[in-house]
Design a protein around this ligand. Structure first.
Ligand code: GTQ
Ligand code: FE2
Length: 357
């Protein structure tokens, strides 16, 4: 059998020389190309990240050259992105600054971490940012960020850039002015934030949520309401931010979750073909990812790679809240989503190591 796959005779050699010359690759010869880089689980500590984010304010200023003052969560082994599909970055905007208006085909989300007095304008709609708010800037929507307050504003950006680049569909356009004209304030919220009710005469054809701003107060209330009655064995009180027009994920390429891990809860492990970038919005706890224990504190970030066992726990007496960006919609739409529960040991992985960073 193997003799069929080796170059034994002059005739073979000629054959393989010819296939190479005409750009044909025999599939029965050795595997093709470089192996895909594996994505390692990783954790960034807020204690280390925050001073570097604040210091970046002394190094650069967002303008037409710099565009955005961001620090990417750079997972080891990847030279772009935070996972193979998602880029996550911390962005800083100082009082009086404007991150100029532009649009691009990659979609972005903002998860607000710190500060007040800044807003993002999305397609003319002014969205004031407060910690715990989720703001969407879907594909090809104009957006600029402005800080009119007196404090540094810090948020987490999540973008589908690695996926869009892979698909060769990355386009970008600057707006002629730094700021786009403001048409209204919190308009998407006034139309759609009630969730269960929406304007009766409007059709929704956009391939993303018409609601761009999910306020923290509503998210927190939703988590607490669900916690009274139900929870997932794998993710505890996990809620997906949803498109009020479809009930589905807010975007085609990324979904966002807010997850309450109640005091004393240790979820069961499972694995999925999707991946996630997590932020610890509140509290303390740990996740076991691929047998490694990742202890997290408020403000930390961590990555759950695809098809890796993971479980979350909150051994403290206070609630923990996790925010995450996940690529589930891509896998599901392509019929590639798989999920598997960890069945041994009552659903808990043996812990083989402690992540130290
Ligand atoms: O705020 O518009 O992290 O365009 C990367 C690209 C943020 C933004 C990023 C962007 C933005
Ligand atoms: Fe942008």
């Amino acid at each position: 059998m193997t003799s069929q796959r080796t170059i034994a005779t002059e005739e073979d050699r000629q054959y393989y020389d010819t296939t190479e010359r005409v750009r044909l690759k025999p599939g029965w010869m050795q595997g093709e190309g470089q192996p895909m880089p594996t994505i390692e689980p990783f954790l960034w500590r807020w204690q280390e990240v925050e001073p570097l984010v604040l210091k970046s304010g002394e190094l650069v200023t967002p303008d037409r050259d710099v565009e955005r003052r961001t620090l990417r969560l750079a997972t080891p082994g990847l030279d772009r992105g935070t996972t193979h599909t998602i880029t996550a970055a911390l962005q800083l905007l100082l009082p009086g600054e404007c991150a100029p208006a532009h649009r691009h085909t990659p979609t972005a989300i903002r998860w607000v971490l710190k500060g007040e007095g800044a807003y993002t304008t999305v397609e003319g709609d002014k969205c004031w940012m407060e910690p715990g708010d989720l703001i969407l800037t879907p594909s090809w929507t104009w957006h600029d960020h402005n800080n009119e307050g007196s404090e540094p504003m810090i948020w987490l950006d999540g973008l589908d850039v690695p996926l869009v680049r892979y698909l060769r569909a990355n386009f970008y356009e600057p707006y002629p002015e730094d700021q786009q004209p403001i048409v209204g304030v919190a308009e998407s919220e006034k139309r759609f934030a009630s969730g269960a009710l929406r304007p009766a005469w409007e059709d929704h054809e956009a391939p993303y949520s018409p609601l761009w701003h999910y306020k923290w107060a509503k998210t927190e209330e939703a988590l607490h309401s669900l916690a009274e009655i139900d929870a997932s064995p794998f993710d505890d009180v996990a809620m997906e931010f949803s498109d009020p027009a479809t009930g589905g994920p807010v975007l085609r390429t990324m979904t966002c979750w807010a997850q309450l891990i109640r005091p004393g809860v240790a979820t069961r492990a499972h694995r999925q073909t999707s991946c996630a970038v997590y932020h610890v919005y509140r509290g303390q706890g740990y996740s076991v990812i691929d047998g490694q224990k990742f202890e997290w504190n408020e403000g930390d970030f961590f990555v759950v790679p695809p098809w890796v066992w993971h479980e979350h726990a909150n051994p403290t007496g206070q609630e923990s809240i996790l925010f995450s960006i996940q690529d589930i919609p891509v896998l599901k739409d392509m019929a590639l989503y798989r999920e598997e529960p960890y069945v041994e040991n009552a659903g808990h992985q043996p812990v083989t190591g402690l992540f130290r960073g």
